[in-house]
Design a protein around this ligand. Structure first.
Ligand SMILES: *Cc1c(COP(=O)(O)O)cnc(C)c1O
Length: 369
């Protein structure tokens, strides 16, 4: 088979952009009011729209997803140890460590790469205060089992839902599970506000605390009650979010057709594993992770072959967080052997609405050739 090359380099993703006129139209009122940040009109409008879209009663906006997670952990006044997964983006563990808490790594489920709830209880000590699981690639965690264990041991559950925008489990918005869920609206995500993030949460008394902590801890006109940070979303971000929200369903629908083609071409191939799709879950098709386990080419070979054709898949997530240089002396990735193995076998393939079906086929041709 002769392999064609695409006309231009193909990256793993491409940021969604609304029609330029739509965004420019949104900017005009900002030039009139000169109110550019600090919870302006767009901030409030975006927040209201997101509550509806994510089916959640309580939600607070942030300048980015990481700040949302880090400041939510602070607002919950956690102590001691927090159980999390090493198979995620740096942000998840960094948010724990930057709060002065000790991460304890739980291994992952070999099928969907989320935290393995059956391994949780062995890691709980009298110092454990919370669990921070990740709906990795948009694969929902075992929310029922995690809730059961958390309740039994009086632990808080804060989901990193950065990959799970607009997803539903059994018809319920994914942000309804646990005590809180963090969403990221970074430019590379399914839905974005350039940079941005939000937290949905169960207990409404958390609302003023999150609001204050993201605003330097200012609690009153002349009082500062918390050692807060600056985590405010500005009006340009909120305007982009409002524009993109109009188009996100359409974009998820296109992603779905592309993901289906990848599945059609790559499932039932010996040594290639795709994530299972649960019938009770509404997915957002954010990522296309493929695991090469006993395939005639290994992950690094496939990565190199695609790169030679100017197609840039990502080793996402590699390395595991517990193998990072900054954590080298504190953790050992051999403690989570499944995460370690998957991180060496996984490749995330290009997936975004402007990607053509021809390129998806080309990528599959290269993998299968
Ligand atoms: C993107 C991401 C974050 C951080 O979100 P930002 O908005 O980029 O700060 C956290 N966790 C995971 C799993 C992510 O993919």
């Amino acid at each position: 088979m002769t392999i064609r090359k695409p006309d231009r380099p193909i990256a793993v993703t491409r940021s969604a952009l609304p029609p330029l006129e739509e965004y420019v139209e949104m900017l005009k009122p900002l030039w009139e009011s000169a109110w550019l940040t600090n919870m302006g009109d767009y901030h409030e409008r975006f927040k209201k729209q997101l509550k509806e879209r994510l089916q959640t009663e309580n939600l607070e906006l942030f300048v980015n997803g990481h700040a949302a997670l880090e400041l939510t952990l602070q607002a919950m006044e956690l102590t001691g140890e927090v159980i999390t997964t090493p198979y995620s983006f740096a942000s998840t563990t960094h948010a724990i460590v930057r709060n002065g808490l000790t991460p304890v790594f739980c291994d992952i489920d070999p099928a969907d790469y989320t935290l393995d709830a059956e391994k949780l209880e062995d890691l709980i000590t009298e110092r454990t205060s919370a669990i921070v699981p990740v709906h990795v690639y948009g694969n929902p965690c075992d929310v029922d089992r995690i809730a059961e264990i958390a309740q039994k041991h009086h632990l808080k559950v804060i989901y990193d839902a950065a990959h799970a925008f607009a997803e539903e489990i059994g018809g319920r918005g994914i942000g309804q599970f646990g005590d809180a869920s963090m969403f990221s609206f970074h430019a590379t995500k399914v839905f974005h506000s350039i940079e941005g993030g939000a937290v949905s949460f169960r207990n409404p008394t958390l609302a003023p605390i999150l609001y204050q902590i993201k605003n330097f801890g200012i609690t009153g006109y002349e009082t500062v009650g918390y050692v807060g940070a600056n985590g405010k979303m500005n009006e340009f971000q909120a305007a982009m979010g409002i524009c993109n929200l109009r188009h996100v369903d359409e974009s998820i629908a296109v992603r779905k057709t592309l993901a289906a083609r990848y599945r059609e071409r790559l499932s039932d191939i010996k040594g290639i594993r795709l994530c299972p799709e649960r019938p009770d879950v509404k997915y957002n098709y954010a990522y296309m992770p493929v695991v090469f386990d006993g395939y005639r080419k290994n992950r690094d070979q496939v990565f190199a072959e695609l790169a030679a054709c100017d197609i840039h898949a990502r080793k996402y997530f590699y390395p595991c967080i517990n193998a990072y240089d900054c954590y080298r002396d504190r953790f050992d990735e051999n403690d989570t052997p499944i995460a370690r193995r998957i991180s060496r076998q996984v490749l995330t393939l290009p997936l975004y609405p402007e990607l053509s079906m021809e390129i998806v086929d080309l990528i599959c041709d290269i993998i299968l050739s």
